[in-house]
Design a protein around this ligand. Structure first.
Ligand code: NAP
Length: 260
């Protein structure tokens, strides 16, 4: 008799949801998705889930051990460096196979005016007043880098307002007059992005190079409207084995299960 394998999916990307869905259909598999808990969960994954940090490498290794996890799928966002590194180390410590999902970054296309930087801080430093109003699409946790800039109007799009357990909650409760917030969760269509750019007369955009098709419409509209994009380059990929799609992650799991 085949014994059930337990899979830990580290979530935070849309592909994490796709993987959780696909695993519901896979015989001999039980999965649980883990979220950091940064945002309220408007969308629940298929199957069980948990929220909150594990407490570093040791905490994650303990979780793997006490929940008898057999395989780990790291489907976190490509900019979530720490959890991927922790997961890699915890997998080694627990002697469990792990795959890291790492989607392709967006590529510069003809007509794009990209200003590439390596950090959010560098993005803030590169902005000039003629790029006002500026559309910020970097999430909410690192917005403080722009806080002292007074000669640029900002429209910051975040999923929801600051939460009481955010690291910058106190600072982010009050924002200067030149900051306006747009609360929305993707995916966003080209039509919706065009309307937003035109409505607010957007003259520049700051984004992380997240890759994928769920958030790329803003780049199409920036190209169309000749709007400069300050794009934050990817951190290096996790050191272990990586795949670029949800399907590849599922295939990896199937192969590993055959070998186990
Ligand atoms: P991070 O810097 O890599 O991780 C910080 C800490 O958050 C980790 O050490 C871990 O705490 C906890 N954590 C992160 N992901 C977790 C998960 N899936 N399950 C349980 N705990 C998790 O991550 P981040 O950049 O703050 O991102 C947080 C989450 O938001 C990630 O899951 C990521 O996929 C998602 N996200 C991030 C971005 C981004 O731009 N960074 C964008 C979209 C979505 P412990 O050490 O206590 O275990």
């Amino acid at each position: 008799m085949q014994c059930t394998k337990k899979i830990l999916i580290l979530g935070g990307s849309s592909e994490g949801f796709a993987i959780a869905n696909a695993l519901q259909e896979l015989p001999g598999v039980e999965s649980i998705t883990s979220f950091a808990g940064r945002t309220s969960l408007p969308r629940k994954p298929a199957g069980p889930y948990r929220t909150g940090g594990f407490g570093g490498v040791k905490g994650l290794a303990n979780y793997i051990h006490s929940n008898a996890i057999d395989f780990i799928i790291d489907a976190t966002h490509p900019f979530a460096e720490r959890i991927s590194e922790n997961a890699a180390q915890a997998a080694i410590a627990s002697n469990r196979p792990i795959i890291h999902f790492w989607r392709e970054p967006w590529q510069h296309q003809a007509g794009d005016e990209w200003i590439e930087v390596d950090t959010v801080q560098q993005a803030a430093e590169s902005l000039t007043p003629e790029q006002s109003p500026c559309f910020l699409t970097i999430g909410r946790l690192e917005l403080n880098a722009f806080r002292e800039i007074t000669d640029i109007a900002f429209y910051a799009r975040t999923i929801e307002p600051a939460k009481a357990d955010d690291p910058n909650y106190e600072e982010q409760r009050e924002w200067p007059e030149n900051f306006k917030f747009i609360y929305a969760k993707g995916p966003f269509t080209k039509e919706a992005e065009r309307e937003l750019f035109l409505k607010h007369n957007i003259r520049s955009i700051v984004t992380k190079n997240s890759g994928g098709d769920k958030a790329s419409a803003k780049l199409d509209i920036a190209r169309e409207l000749k709007c400069p994009v300050i794009i934050i380059n990817r951190p290096p990929p996790p050191k272990g084995k990586t795949v670029k799609t949800a399907n590849e992650a599922i295939n990896w799991l199937k192969t590993e299960m055959e070998l186990a």
